[in-house]
Design a protein around this ligand. Structure first.
Ligand SMILES: [Zn+2]
Length: 427
C-alpha cells in the first residue's frame, strides 16, 4: 500500500474512490442477528477463504478443527496458527484480514503481542449496529447485492438479493419437484407443469422489489457446458425422476434435464428483464475441478441469448482474457470483479487494465466483497480501491485517459454500472 501513499496521483484517485458511495456487487453475509451469535477472536478473520490457503500451506483436518475450536484457549491456538499465518500472510486473502487489524482495530499487526487485543477489538464492535458501522460508516457502501435470499430475511434496507436459480433447475429427485410444486401452488406431473411453475416462480421473483437477479453456482458441481438439448431427451430424464421416488439421479444422469431447464430459465429471466448471474472461474475451497468453471463453456447459452442480461462473476479467473472476449462479443455479457481483488490483486489489476481497453466501460462492476465475515468487507474494498486507483493512474500516465475520464470511469465501475444493471435506482 506504499504505492498509494508514495504516489500522489494514485493517492488522489484513492481518496476520490473513498468518496464514491459504492455498490458492493456480491455478498454472502448472514443477517446481523445471525452474525452476532458467532464468536469472535483473532481466528475469526481467517475463517473465510483463508482456510483454503491454510490447507494449501499444509494444515491438516486436525489443525483446522483445532484452530476453530473456541473451547481451547486462544494462546494454544495462536501458537499452532503462527507458522501457518507466516506462510499465507503475504497472499491477498490474508492481506484483507490484516488491513482490518490495522485500520478497523487500530493495531499495527497480528502477532504474539496483539492476538488477544485483536480478539478484544473484534468483540468490542461485535454488537447491534455492526453492519452499519462496517458497511456504511467505515466503507461508504451504498448498496449490497446479497446472494441466494428472497428479500424477506431481516437485512438492512440497502441490501438487495439474488434469487437461487437451482430451485428451478436442479430437479434431480422427487423432493425437489414437490418443493417446486409447493412454491407455486401447482401440481407437478409433467415437464410442462415444471415449466409453468418456473414461469410463476420467476414472475414472483420479478415482482419482489428486493430481488434483482438470479444466480447459478453450478460451476461448483458440474461443467458450465450447458447444452441445448431436445425436449424429448429432457422429458425422458424427468420421467425417471418422477418414477424414482426418493432416489436422486446422479449428476451425470440428471445433466440433460438440468441443461434444458437452464436454457428455459435464462429465457424467462430475459423475458422479465432479470439479470442471470453465473459463477465462473476459481471455486472457493480446495480440491475442486477448475476446468468445469471455464467461462468459454457458456458459449451455447450466450449464442442463444446474446442480449440477455448476464453477469459473469470473478472475471472467470484465471480466464480473465477469455471472459473479456465474451463481454466484447455479446451485448448482454457484463463482468463482475467480485472476489477478484483478494484472489489475486495483481491479476485483478492487469485484468482491469486490459478490460478497459477492450470492453465498454459501462459493462464492468469494480467490487463485490463475496464474504461471510462482514468486518473483512472493509479490507477487501480497500484493496479494490487501491487496485482501481493504480489502474486509472496508469491510464492517465500513458496518455490514454484524461483526469476527468478517470473520474468518470471510477464512478461507473464502483457505482453507476451495477446500479443501472441491477436497477437499484440509487441515482
Ligand atoms: Zn460468492
Amino acid at each position: 500500500m506504499s504505492m498509494v501513499h508514495d504516489d500522489a496521483l494514485v493517492g488522489e484517485l484513492f481518496a476520490e474512490l473513498e468518496q464514491i458511495g459504492t455498490v458492493d456487487a456480491h455478498e454472502h453475509l448472514p443477517t446481523e442477528e445471525a452474525c452476532l451469535k458467532e464468536e469472535r477472536d483473532f481466528f475469526s478473520l481467517f475463517q473465510c477463504y483463508c482456510p483454503a490457503d491454510l490447507v494449501s500451506a499444509g494444515a491438516t483436518d486436525e489443525d483446522m478443527a483445532f484452530l476453530g475450536d473456541r473451547q481451547r484457549a486462544a494462546g494454544v491456538r495462536w501458537e499452532r496458527f503462527k507458522p501457518l499465518l507466516s506462510a499465507i500472510r503475504t497472499g491477498a486473502y490474508a492481506r484483507s484480514a490484516l488491513i482490518v487489524v490495522r485500520d478497523v482495530l487500530g493495531l499495527e499487526d497480528l502477532n504474539d503481542d496483539t492476538y488477544e487485543a485483536v480478539g478484544e477489538g473484534l468483540r468490542d464492535i461485535h454488537k447491534p449496529g455492526l453492519y452499519d458501522y462496517i458497511l456504511k460508516e467505515r466503507s461508504n457502501i451504498s448498496a449490497c447485492i446479497q446472494c441466494w435470499c428472497l428479500g424477506s430475511e431481516p437485512y438492512p434496507d440497502y441490501f438487495y438479493h439474488l434469487a437461487p436459480g437451482p430451485e428451478v433447475v436442479d430437479l434431480h429427485n422427487r423432493g425437489a419437484l414437490d418443493a417446486l410444486a409447493k412454491r407455486c401452488d401447482h401440481a407437478v406431473h409433467t415437464l410442462d407443469d415444471v415449466l409453468e411453475c418456473m414461469t410463476q416462480v420467476v414472475e414472483k421473483w420479478r415482482a419482489n422489489p428486493k430481488v434483482v437477479g438470479i444466480k447459478s453456482a453450478h460451476a461448483y458441481g458440474r461443467s458450465l457446458a450447458f447444452q441445448k438439448v431436445n425436449r424429448s431427451v429432457a422429458e425422458d430424464v424427468f420421467n425417471k425422476v418422477l418414477s424414482n421416488e426418493g432416489h436422486a439421479l446422479s449428476t451425470t444422469e440428471a445433466l440433460p434435464l438440468q441443461d434444458y431447464l437452464m436454457f428455459q430459465l435464462v429465457a424467462r429471466a430475459e423475458a422479465v428483464g432479470l439479470p442471470m448471474v453465473f459463477h465462473t472461474g476459481i471455486q472457493a475451497g480446495n480440491y475442486n475441478r477448475i476446468a468445469n468453471a471455464n467461462p468459454l463453456l457458456l458459449q451455447p447459452i450466450l449464442e442463444e441469448f446474446p442480449r440477455a442480461k448476464i453477469d459473469l462473476f470473478h472475471g472467470g479467473m484465471p480466464w480473465v482474457r477469455e471472459v473479456a472476449i465474451l463481454a466484447k462479443y455479446f451485448p448482454g455479457v457484463h463482468l463482475n470483479m467480485a472476489w477478484m481483488h483478494i484472489i489475486n490483486a495483481a491479476q485483478a489489476r492487469s485484468a482491469l487494465a486490459e478490460w478497459l481497453d477492450m470492453v465498454p466501460n459501462t459493462k464492468i462492476f469494480g467490487f463485490g466483497g463475496d464474504y461471510h465475515t462482514v468486518e473483512k468487507v472493509y479490507g477487501h474494498l480497500k484493496i479494490a480501491r487501491q487496485n482501481v486507483a493504480m489502474v486509472l493512474a496508469e491510464k492517465i500516465r500513458e496518455g490514454a485517459y484524461t483526469r476527468q475520464e478517470a473520474s468518470m470511469v471510477a464512478r461507473r465501475l464502483m457505482r453507476e454500472n451495477p446500479d443501472r444493471f441491477y436497477q437499484l435506482g440509487l441515482d
